[in-house]
Design a protein around this ligand. Structure first.
Ligand SMILES: [Zn+2]
Length: 139
């Protein structure tokens, strides 16, 4: 789970969460505080999404992977951590104004789920994956 987009401090955080969560099934307070420090309010919202089991990892036989995150409004967002993309308005806003944040709550929720090993996995046919991959542009 490496990404050129995330700062080293964030990657280290996900690694720590991964190691500690495997042993204790909990994220200790100091890591929660660190998360909030790095990601701001986004971290709290992302943890909510994780709690609500909102993240599903779709994988196809050819090995492609996408994540579907159900947002607070019930809308389904298809995120790609590989290219660091989410179709939500917050993400578009942050890409335009990069100093506002590192990523949106959906992508952060995906990273957290992956770190905690609680992502719900689902296999989809290649055909469906192709539809997902081509349907990602914002309206
Ligand atoms: Zn998003």
């Amino acid at each position: 789970m490496t990404s050129a987009v995330l700062p080293a401090v964030a990657e280290q955080l996900f690694r720590d969460i991964h190691n500690i969560y495997q042993e204790t099934s909990q994220i200790p307070d100091d890591l929660l505080i660190a998360l909030t420090f790095v990601f701001g309010q986004c971290a709290v919202q992302a943890l909510d999404l994780v709690d609500q089991h909102s993240v599903t990892c779709l994988s196809s036989p050819s090995g492609r992977k996408a994540f579907q995150v159900t947002g607070g409004s019930g809308r389904l967002y298809t995120c790609f951590t590989s290219c660091h993309y989410c179709p939500c308005p917050a993400f578009a806003y942050m890409v335009l104004r990069r100093n506002k944040g590192l990523l949106c709550k959906h992508i952060l929720a995906v990273y957290l789920c992956e770190a905690m090993g609680v992502t719900h996995m689902q296999s989809v046919p290649d055909q469906q994956m192709t539809v997902l991959l081509s349907g990602t542009s914002p309206p």
